[in-house]
Design a binder for this molecule. Sequence first.
Ligand code: NAD
Length: 731
Amino acid sequence: MAEFHSATDADGVTTITWDVPDRSMNVMSLAGFAELEALVDAALADDSVKGIVLTSGKPDFAGGMDLNAIARMKQEAGDDPARGLFEGVMKIHALLRKIELAGMDPKTRKGGKPIAAALPGTALGIGLEIPLACHRIFAADNAKAKIGLPEIMVGIFPGAGGTTRLVRKMGAMAAAPFLLEGKLSDPKKARMAGLIDEVAEDPAAAAREWVLQAKDADLVKPWDARGYKMPGGAPYTPQGFMTFVGANAMVNGKTKGVYPAAKALLSAVYEGALVDFDTALKIEARWFTHVLMNPSSGAMIRSLFVNKEALEKGASRPAGVPDQRVRKIGILGAGMMGAGIALVAAQAGIEVVLVDQSAEAAEKGRAYAADYMDKGIKRGKATEEKKAEVLGRITATADYDALEGADLVVEAVFEDPDVKAGVTERAEAVLGPDAVFATNTSTLPITGLARASARPAQFIGIHFFSPVEKMMLVEIIKGRETGARAVAKALDFVRQIRKTPIVVNDARFFYANRCIIPYLNEGIRMVGEGVNPALVENAAKLVGLPLGPLQLVDETSIDLGVKIAKATRAAMGDAYPDGAVDEVLFWLAGDGRMGRKAQAGFYAYDDAGKRTGLWPGLAERFPPDADQPGLTEVQHRLLFAQVLEAVRALEDGVLTDIREGDVGAILGWGFAPWSGGPFSWLDMIGAARAVEICEGLAARHGGRFAPPALLREMAESGARFYDRFAPAAAA
Ligand code: NAD
């Protein structure tokens, strides 16, 4: 089926329309490139055609490249994937260069046909790289449209000329936020930044008019004209030199060298800036191939794009259950979590009843939403009307009767089974027979809490992460008796508030906290053993974990750690393995060092609450040994503390889908995104190598590192997690 079609009007303007069948958004496929090329060739060869307008048949222009196609390009290249990729990318360059030169005489740069892009809405990735090769870009005045090059967010970079063209168009400094951070802009801001040329009410009509009057000189890109100089200076000019030195430092500071894409992008920009445009494209293609060949880019695309999207679209939703979208939600407890959940639900257009012990406490929760919207207004991200709309949806009250008619309730009261049982009963007395009751508990097993419910099949865990409005993961937990409709309801709700769900089975700490706690504990344990705390923290950051374990404990609070330790010890009795951790933790708590909120914890803080460095008192109580372990040893301890727990969660049936294990790890606690998640990382290093490392760690540090049976078995058979547990997602 055609993804592009074209028509030529009486004035000789050919309109090429991108309109991929059966999709709400255009994405570029390999077949799409071939079709576009054939239509461009035909229009350029036809003497009756004066020029071309390239537009979309949908409300948006394009969402980007079909990233599955990149995975396929690599697979299909056979024995020499790098060559296959490089040649594939060079073909795309040739097509875009053909559009850019539009049949003009190579010497005089005359006689080309004008080609303009008309963007009705969003234009991302390849959806902007193609327009960048056109002679002029018109966009609709559509405040909802997003324009930009977000490739870096999934571990690659704009590799269809976007990097080379943008830097030559804007200069390296101005292009940096778009290329290195994937910054997106609405059309007006994109025009001000120079990403596009014009904003018009009817971009296709404006583009057509422009095509009809364009002169030869209008078609020549600055970099194809004589005497071109890069805006902001090439690398070996005084100004350019500063840009490149600064960019190198910035990229290394931010990526710690673990993300191949940012570094490769900078190399492509720097080396490309020293040569002519066509050579620069070739250099860009080589670095792009280099990134695509790195297992990290494939793993990031798989987890952060392909599988994340699959989960958002309901990969885990029980089949055959009709739409369970929420109309009215009750939220019990208007504290930190309840207030955040009320805010995101109201933003999604859901009617909210926010209940707390007193009207004042409930009102405080509603005020959180008001504060949040005010901040948005200050930053130009929200309006007074939007604020009124969101607040208008939230009723704050102490009256449980107001829950009448709610089809979902999320409970976020104190982490105490008796308090939770009480509110469950009070709410169910008011709710209709179909309503689903969810708990946001972070530690209490769902099956136990469900005992307070008169209808356990409609009782489920919906576990949010803090801060709710920022954290994209929601962990849905099935209790032993939870039914399919409750799961579908939870998933439909998460979809309404545009977050990413994973669905797991009930067990102590579910999935995310089960993996995070051993990570924090391993860090604390090392301090107790005399490992330099700075080494612990830096080892974590240098392997791409966003926060060191000690900082993370400070952020979530030391007293929470103490509470969890006490509860775990009570549940486990003599088998409790973390006494050495508690020695450090309880000592800090005893000293009143409760973490960031007390402005005292593993770190010291100034009066404004800013971290000033590791607290020197720590070294007095737990002096670092003269003999410190190597960086890799510390990193292995920190990584395997989490990864082995993920494997055990799979082994125990808490996780039933490794895609959820990987996506959940990255979105839930920032597990080294470059790795694609714990299972992707194990596939990268191989189960055999993982077992070897863990046996060493177990011998030196204890049985918690002993490889689980599943990992041993996979090491012996040479199996990979994605081949065995998610064959369809293995690419
Ligand atoms: P919080 O102390 O900030 O808020 C709890 C609120 O519940 C308070 O406003 C309290 O007045 C209210 N409350 C207590 N008893 C009530 C009752 N009988 N009826 C109505 N309201 C009542 O706590 P929080 O941090 O928001 O945590 C709430 C829940 O979410 C807990 O189960 C916690 O484990 C879970 N959770 C917390 C986090 C986190 O990072 N804080 C993350 C995920 C889940």
